[in-house]
Ligand binder design. Structure first.
Ligand code: SF4
Length: 740
């Protein structure tokens, strides 16, 4: 039996795994005791990875051979790699020549490895010259990116997992860590057991498993987080709990923020958020790090302040106020000096395994490689030179269309080709009616995927089968900036015509080589002559040298000794676990920015016609669209089917009992699900998991215009700064369903 050291492909905790294989078969998975993210622990999803990789479980859905469809009325036909790649390059070249490079959009994924991301980005912006490349990380991380950049000056998480061992207060906001980042939550449990004085505050409308163990659960009304942050700062200022010395030495903008939060007194905040004023005061005191018994009116020196670490995720990010929610929380950290020391800081958790890697290579509409600025000509020129572009050939100077915008543009006929890699927009994007109109409207859809999904089955003109976890080489970056190797334990399975799936970077490079020969010259030599993932990695790390995320020194050879955190410049002895310990931030003057962004209510408020707030989210034992976890029977023991959670009183008032089918209707669509009473959900709120995408529709999905799953309902509103969609608040109504 062979043992291969790799990384779990599910969540952003980035646990190390040991893959046990015999021949071409994976027979077991264990936690890697030497990996610093998990020290040998795995959650239910990670520990069943080997089951999801069994050929018998994959037989029905694994994509093994390229497929082509010459017209939308015909079923796709199996073809050779050469034929599929030639056809893809020809169609793209034709569309670029007829409509220009901006007619092509790339929609990629935080499931991709950094090397995959890098080549797809180079293909889009470098060779084709389209600015339109965005990632499904837009749906999970873009508010955090903008929040960090606008306050601390760089898209860099300033904290690390080890901070849990030093924190006196852990403030968890918009994150059901117990389910979405289970191994990290166990680490929190262990830290609490060692330090019983630690306090945990959870901010979440629902009483999740995470909230159920909190010392203080602030069950706020959905979408009112910014109101709460400003109310807490108001109290901290009123009681003299801010760190005036830290603010004066290391920040800018406090005067404006102070003026703003005067309008957020606790009485108002308690009323809007649906919270108790006493709880607000307790939360403000604990967050600020005021020791019990500290005398009123006496300034609290930094050395005696207790330490607060905040963990936050989609509850903040997936909002039409996503950036304001991130910024408001970071404001609290800066105002109390709760940053730049062990156990303190704003820690945005990444949802996907490599959301961070996509940010590093710049494969998002608003980013450029190595944390460069698209609008900066020198930044663009550096990447153009690295990619060997001809003198005078520039990269697109403007941001591209973001995820929701891209599909809206396609639905309006403004995009002619879509290349979708490793993601399933026909399930996961909001407002599925528009998404499906977009997929129908575009002339040419390329889908690069490992498994059959709603997107591959119905919409792909070319299907390029991708190698998946345990079949390919590369790297991922987890929530704490730690880069780990992903290694192939087995070869990809063979296809019916011979060679089966390819690594994603190789697919993109093969099309790139063909397309380069068809388009007018933009580069002197071949842009995609990579033989291995390591060659891609080496080019990527050159793009980071001298930037805040410098990983110039981080070779594959060095990663053989274990994962490392960035920055890791040439000559470094180790990565840096914590940032800003010297009080100097990544802004031009070294000062962090406090931003005064007012509270705004959710984009679609509840009213008489749509009186419920719909919240969406993950279940403990499933991952995304269940292409892998959905093949493992034991993972349905926790939740066997999708349902809508409703408060028992709301159900009683509507005459509903457990298991009754209800129609959940929004302004965009409707789905039918069993109702389940749950006291963990607030009144006039409901919760539907994101994982299912078509069942329980009672035949309503026969029309392709009527979308499936919870995203038939969700609102396409986005945060104006981050363009992240509001997946945590849609106004809906609930009706008893009478199916034919
Ligand atoms: Fe995988 Fe996340 Fe579970 Fe770790 S916590 S085993 S990374 S799913």
């Amino acid at each position: 039996m062979r043992v291969t050291r790799s990384t779990c492909p599910y969540c952003g905790v980035g646990c190390g795994v040991l893959i046990e294989s015999r021949g071409a078969r994976i027979v077991g998975v264990r936690g890697d005791p030497d990996h610093p993210a998990n020290h040998g622990r795995l959650c239910t999803k990670g520990s069943t990875l080997h089951l999801s990789a069994e050929p018998s479980r994959q037989a029905a859905t694994r994509l093994l051979q390229p497929m082509l469809r010459h017209d939308r009325a015909s079923p796709p036909a199996t073809t050779s790699w050469d034929a599929a790649l030639d056809h893809t390059a020809q169609r793209l070249a034709d569309i670029v020549q007829r409509h220009g490079p901006q007619a092509v959009g790339f929609y990629v994924s935080g499931q991709l490895l950094t090397e995959d991301y890098y080549v797809l980005h180079k293909l889009a912006r470098g060779l084709i010259g389209t600015p339109h490349i965005d990632s499904n990380s837009r749906l999970c991380m873009s508010s955090a990116v903008v929040g960090y950049k606008q306050t601390l000056g760089a898209d860099a998480v300033p904290t690390c997992y080890e901070d849990l061992d030093h924190a006196d207060c852990v403030f968890i906001a918009g994150s059901n860590t117990a389910w979405a980042h289970p191994v990290l939550f166990r680490r929190l449990d262990a830290a609490r057991a060692r330090r019983p004085s630690m306090r945990v505050i959870v901010v979440d409308p629902r009483r999740t498993d995470t909230a159920s163990v909190a010392d203080l659960h602030l069950a706020l009304q959905p979408g009112t987080d910014v109101m709460l942050w400003h109310g807490l700062l108001h109290l901290m200022i009123r009681h003299g709990w801010i760190d005036a010395d830290y603010l004066a030495a290391h920040t800018q903008g406090f005067a404006e923020l102070r003026a703003l939060v005067q309008d957020y007194p606790p009485e108002l905040v308690a009323q809007v958020c649906g919270l108790q004023p006493d709880d607000l005061l307790t939360a403000a005191r604990w967050f600020a790090g005021v020791p019990d018994g500290w005398p009123a009116g006496v300034a609290l020196p930094r050395a005696q302040r207790l330490r607060t670490l905040s963990l936050y995720c989609q509850g903040l990010n997936q909002s039409s106020s996503g950036t304001a929610k991130n910024v408001g929380l970071i404001n609290l950290h800066l105002a109390c000096g709760q940053i730049g020391r062990a156990g303190a800081g704003p820690f945005s958790l990444t949802g996907q395994p490599n959301a961070m890697g996509g940010r590093e290579v710049g494969a998002m509409a608003t980013l450029l490689s190595g944390h460069r600025d698209i609008a900066n000509p020198r930044d663009r020129a550096e990447i153009a030179a690295l990619w060997g572009l001809l003198p005078g050939v520039d990269l697109p100077a403007q941001a591209g269309l973001t995820a929701v915008e891209m599909f809206e543009a396609a639905a309006q006929g403004r995009l002619k080709a879509l290349w979708i890699a490793c993601t399933n927009p026909a399930q996961s994007l909001p407002d599925q009616t528009t998404v499906r109109r977009a997929l129908r409207q575009v002339e040419f859809v390329v889908v690069q995927e490992a498994y059959a999904t709603a997107t591959t089955c119905a919409w792909a003109d070319v299907l390029l089968p991708a190698a998946t976890w345990a079949e390919k080489e590369g790297t991922v970056t987890n929530s704490e900036r730690r880069i780990s190797r992903v290694r192939a334990a087995v070869p990809p399975p063979a296809g019916p015509l011979g060679e089966g799936p390819w690594p994603d970077w190789r697919i993109a490079a093969a099309v790139g080589q063909r397309l380069q020969a068809l388009l007018p010259p933009r580069a002197g030599g071949s842009m995609f002559a990579y033989a291995t993932a390591e060659e891609v990695w080496n080019e990527h790390r050159r793009s980071t040298i001298g930037r805040d995320l410098d990983i110039g020194g981080l070779s594959y050879a060095l990663l053989e000794h274990g994962p490392q955190q960035w920055p890791y410049p040439v000559g470094a002895a180790q990565g840096r676990p914590r940032l800003y310990e010297d009080g100097r931030f990544a802004t031009a003057d070294g000062r962090a920015r406090l931003l005064a962004l007012p509270y705004e209510s959710p984009a679609e408020e509840r009213d008489e016609r749509y009186p419920y707030a719909l919240l969406t989210g993950r279940l403990r034992d499933q991952w995304h669209g269940m292409t892998r976890t959905g093949t493992v029977e034991s993972l349905f023991g926790h939740a066997a089917e999708p349902c809508v959670d409703l408060h028992p009183q709301d159900m009683a008032e509507a005459g509903l009992t457990d298991g009754d089918l209800v129609r959940v209707r929004s302004r965009r669509g409707q789905i039918v699900l069993p109702a389940r009473p749950s006291p963990d959900v607030g009144r006039r709120q409901c919760f539907i998991p994101m994982h299912w995408g078509g069942e329980y529709l009672g035949g309503l999905h026969a029309d392709e215009g009527l979308a499936r799953g919870v995203n038939a309902l969700t609102v396409p509103a986005t945060c104006p700064r981050s363009r992240q969609p509001e997946l945590k608040h849609t106004a809906v109504r609930i009706e008893a369903a009478h199916l034919p």
